[in-house]
Design a protein around this ligand. Structure first.
Ligand SMILES: NC(=O)c1ccc[n+]([C@@H]2O[C@H](COP(=O)([O-])OP(=O)(O)OC[C@H]3O[C@@H](n4cnc5c(N)ncnc54)[C@H](OP(=O)(O)O)[C@@H]3O)[C@@H](O)[C@H]2O)c1
Length: 295
């Protein structure tokens, strides 16, 4: 049974690294009324100004004031959370940020909630930072709201973060170079997310998209081609062991996180073919990333 369109869309965290691209894609689509939910107190923000100039309405609320949030969300059909609290105190306090949004969405009569996933497909127990997302998924399911969990793999623009160091022409792998890594550009994630709202199969579903899913060695070749030089590669599969047993050099928590993400770098049941467009080739993304790094 098809349901009425999700026309009124609010994006929490729409000023963020990813959120901006989601809002842009919704606006470019032309069929949505788009609001960007920002935190109080009001602060100047160039991205918010740009999105407002393109037609988004910028709204504000104190995330800790339930009634405030309910009020600003009233009339919203779909709430997309692209909000992220950042990595603070060695942890990722995801739940404390997302739960007020979920509760307020429910109270405001929002129909669909898209939580701030946009990563790789992890299970409970993979890593404390991803566990917060896995636990929250369960809360979303139990809320009774419609939901879509969007799995994207690593942001193309974040390949440096998973070990590809353009400046030093080195790569550090935490798994074998033959292991695949799903990678999607921010602008394609924005477009997929917008289109998900029109896709019947996305109701109460996990949607998995990937701009590419190449072995790390292939991604390395693309970087070598784009930089015109041979890169030095190290493979370190002992991160978790060294961290847990405090063996020198003891890795940082962030490195343990990256190692965990690398182990879960790819996933199956890709939904790309349900969408109207093809993602940008990874070689094109890498060319841009390399150009920006050297510019
Ligand atoms: N797959 C990947 O490679 C990858 C990489 C990075 C992130 N991610 C995921 O993508 C999602 C979005 O991440 P992002 O990096 O785009 O987010 P971000 O830019 O760090 O933050 C997004 C927005 O959240 C709001 N925000 C920041 N701190 C907050 C707080 N303490 N409480 C409430 N709102 C806060 C801010 O908006 P206002 O100031 O306007 O309120 C900010 O612009 C997250 O789920 C993250 O885990 C995935």
């Amino acid at each position: 049974m098809s349901s009425s369109p999700l026309t009124n869309v609010t994006v929490a965290g729409g000023t963020g690294v990813l959120g901006f691209h989601i809002v842009e894609a919704l606006l470019n689509d032309g069929s949505f009324n788009v609001k960007v939910l920002r935190r109080l107190p009001k602060t100047a923000n160039e991205k918010a100004e740009l999105l407002a100039s393109k037609g988004a309405e910028i709204i504000y609320a104190d995330y800790n004031q339930h009634d405030d949030l309910v009020q600003v969300l009233s009339g919203t059909d779909a709430l997309i959370s692209a909000a992220a609290p950042g990595v603070a105190n060695g942890g990722y306090d995801f739940d404390a940020l997302q739960t007020p949004l979920l509760n307020a969405a429910k109270a405001a009569g929002v129909r669909r909630f898209i939580p701030s996933e946009f990563g790789t497909e992890t299970q409970l127990g993979d890593h404390p930072m991803t566990d917060t997302k896995a636990t929250f998924r369960q809360k979303v399911k139990e809320s009774g709201l419609e939901y879509t969990f969007i799995i994207t793999g690593t942001f193309a623009e974040y390949l440096g973060w998973v070990g590809f160091d353009i400046k030093n022409k080195t790569a550090k792998f935490y798994v074998d170079g033959t292991s695949a890594l799903a990678v999607t550009s921010l602008s394609d994630i924005g477009k997929y997310t917008a289109e998900t709202l029109k896709l019947e199969e996305s109701r109460n579903a996990t949607i998995r998209i990937a701009g590419s899913m190449f072995p790390l060695n292939e991604i390395l070749k693309l970087f070598e081609e784009a930089t015109g030089s041979k890169w030095e590669v190290t493979v370190d599969k002992e991160i978790k062991h060294r961290y847990e047993n405090k063996i020198d050099p003891v890795p940082s928590q962030m490195e343990v996180f990256v190692a965990a993400i690398s182990e879960k770098g790819s996933f199956g049941n890709i939904d790309n073919n349900k969408f109207s467009f093809s993602p940008r080739p990874l070689a094109d993304d890498i060319a841009v990333i390399v150009q920006q790094a050297s510019g």
